[in-house]
Write a protein that binds this ligand. Sequence first.
Ligand code: PRP
Length: 216
Amino acid sequence: MTLQLRVYVPPHPLIKHWLAVARDAGTPSVLFRSAMTELGRWLTYEAAREWLPTLDSEVQSPMGSCAATFINPEVPIAVVPILRAGLGLLEGAQTLLPLASIYHLGLVRNEETLQPMCYLNKLPNRFDPQTRVLITDPMLATGGSIMAAMSELTQRGIDPALTRIVCVVAAPPALQKLSAEYPGLIIYAATIDEGVNNQGFIVPGLGDAGDRIFGT
Ligand code: PRP
């Protein structure tokens, strides 16, 4: 079977609504943050399907015994927010994955070269190979940042097939790079936009999500 990158854009009214709020240049920072939280929540909900490991068991209800399915507590779950903007999606993701370990990765693009520079790396030296990883970053633009993040993760034993990326806007250059290197990867996005301008901004996109989240 040939593996292919998959990008899911869930056709959900709440995802459409919060994307519209986030895109609107008139949305103030406080509401933009809410939009990111909600998008983080609903996109993580979608991403958790067939990704969160479950365990079949049995419970005693007040009326008798029955089959039951739990989240498997033995399998490590990790969330990797790409700072700064990935923090905006983290809160919503954490409400659904309360036991996940959070490993911050600080990447910033050089505004001229658009190359990412890593200024914080809280990843462990080695992950359990069974670890399910959810990466949060609202924007996949030229793809430099997400490729750097994937490289840091795979060097530490993460299986791309057990990884999910939650983003708000994905642009073709990033998707092409991910597809060439990690064909088994699955992405959940609120939308796929047309392209990236020569300053590296997604068009129509959201503007600078990091600045809008933090009112910078
Ligand atoms: C933005 C965004 C992504 C990256 C996408 O972060 O949040 O991480 O750019 O661009 P790329 O696909 O071209 O690498 P930025 O570097 O502006 O840092 P910030 O999150 O601190 O604002």
